[in-house]
Design a protein around this ligand. Structure first.
Ligand code: ADP
Ligand code: ZN
Length: 431
């Protein structure tokens, strides 16, 4: 097992001290510099000097995505634009994009957070890192690029797409770590199979995949197909991108860079703080940001917190797998379910490929769910009407058992659904 550096083994007391110091400073900082926060604190009758310990966090207001959108583009900026050196933004498919600004120090902190995350996942200075996130306004590519470079790894800034060339580069330069979204990792794995590239002609040993959910089943399948270990990483644009948390080799959850992002889990309905171990919405307070500080940011991501030390030796708090998003939850005929449950369900069938879309519609004013899913090329080649029908009815039965209502399943020929090199769109809600 790799040696765990001392800074990953900081005691709970020391961590609390550091977090408290940063929180107290941040409360004063945003009160001084961000009118939105000054107003919110004034409205609650809270003065910055009332924030003296981590327990006082509950006095501070939440920040929501709505608040960020309402202040687009510069409203929440805590420094003059002249003091910022970078801006990134998220897709903004539903309206205005989310912008995040960095001062020079914010950039340095970000790189430090991503570098630490990558080390936690097992990246080291000998690695050759192929960055197959898209180099755009999104945070993914730049975050991983600079994080890996700062560790001393060799960075290949290839971006996403052109998968055959990607694989040639991987072979020629002996890439050891592939950084990309889970959706793109699937495309790479399929291309390897399609071209008949032997796994041992690749030097790949590790995949770092994030920016969207990846079920355990899809992770296991992709690991097997590429002959690698996968560490899933988590982050969001609002908090600066990747570098919030990542899975260690022991796979006991995602270690949080909690000296930069103070984690809470709250009841999504009441906003009440929940004890460690209970499932709720992840909320982070950015403890050190200069340009785009955030108090108690409601991520809408559902997970559990665990502050006990990990078997890997690290003491950073962990959150479990993201089990869904409060705004992703589908309510069908009164039953709640998350798209991620569908992926876990489908991948139990080895005849199915990890390409699916959940389609929701209204039939006679009743919710109807149809799932389009591709079968594997092997199954398709050997198919008959009977095998297709028998597979379809088994899936239908299992889905009803697991999720609780009837759905239609359409088994599709390989490659019939659109592929995404970034994040995949899994739900088409036409209700
Ligand atoms: P958006 O998708 O809202 O445009 P981002 O591109 O910043 O914003 O994506 C952040 C979101 O992506 C997170 O809030 C989370 O829902 C999802 N995400 C990122 N990493 C993971 C992960 N490892 N597992 C599950 N979901 C993830
Ligand atoms: Zn660990």
């Amino acid at each position: 097992m790799a040696i765990v550096p001392a800074e990953h083994r900081i005691s709970r007391d020391e961590m609390t001290q550091l977090q408290t110091h940063r929180l107290v400073r941040m409360a004063g900082y945003v009160y001084e510099r961000v009118p939105h926060y000054r107003k919110a604190l004034d409205e609650k009758g809270v003065r910055p000097q009332d924030i003296r310990s981590l327990d006082d966090l509950a006095l501070l207001p939440f920040t929501s995505k709505k608040d960020i959108v309402a202040h687009y583009p510069y409203g929440l900026l805590a420094v003059p634009v002249a003091d910022t050196v970078r801006v990134h933004s998220s897709s903004g498919t539903t309206g205005k994009p989310i912008n995040v600004f960095y001062t020079r120090k914010d950039l340095a902190d970000w790189i430090e957070c991503v570098a630490r995350s990558l080390r936690i996942a097992g990246v080291c200075s000998d690695d050759v890192c192929q960055i197959a996130f898209r180099y755009t306004l999104f945070t993914g590519a730049f975050g991983h690029h600079h994080g890996a470079e700062s560790i001393g790894a060799t960075v290949i800034p290839i971006s996403a797409g052109q998968t055959e060339r990607q694989l040639m580069t991987m072979q020629d330069l002996k890439t050891t770590v592939l950084h990309c979204t889970p959706s793109y990792a699937v495309i790479v794995a399929e291309k390897v199979a399609e071209l008949g590239i032997p796994k041992d002609s690749l030097s790949l040993r590790l995949g770092i995949h994030g920016a969207e959910p990846m079920s355990d089943e899809l992770r296991d399948e992709t690991q097997e197909r590429l002959g690698i270990r996968i560490a899933r990483d988590y982050g969001l644009t609002e908090l600066g991108g990747p570098g919030v948390s990542i899975e260690c080799e022991d796979r006991c959850g995602y270690h949080i860079n909690e000296d930069y992002f103070y984690p809470e889990v709250v009841d999504p309905e009441s906003g009440k703080s929940l004890p460690d171990g209970e499932l709720g919405e992840l909320v982070f307070t950015a403890l050190a940001k200069e340009a785009s500080p955030l108090l108690r940011y409601r991520t809408r991501d559902l997970a559990r917190l665990d502050r006990t030390p990990c078997s890997c030796g690290r003491t950073f708090a962990r959150h479990g797998r993201i089990l869904g998003r409060t705004d992703d939850m589908l309510i069908v005929g009164g039953v709640n379910f998350f798209p991620s449950q569908m992926e876990s369900l489908l991948l139990v069938f080895e005849e199915l490929a990890p390409h699916y879309v959940i389609r929701l519609s209204k039939k006679n004013r009743v919710d109807a769910v149809a799932v389009d899913v591709e079968v594997t090329p092997e199954f398709w080649a050997a198919r008959s009407t009977e095998t297709l029908e028998s597979l379809r009815s088994t899936i239908q039965y299992k889905a009803k058992e697991a999720i609780g209502f009837r759905m239609e399943f359409n088994l599709l020929e390989p490659s019939s659904l659109a592929r995404s090199e970034g994040k995949s769109k899994r739900v088409d809600d036409k209700r």
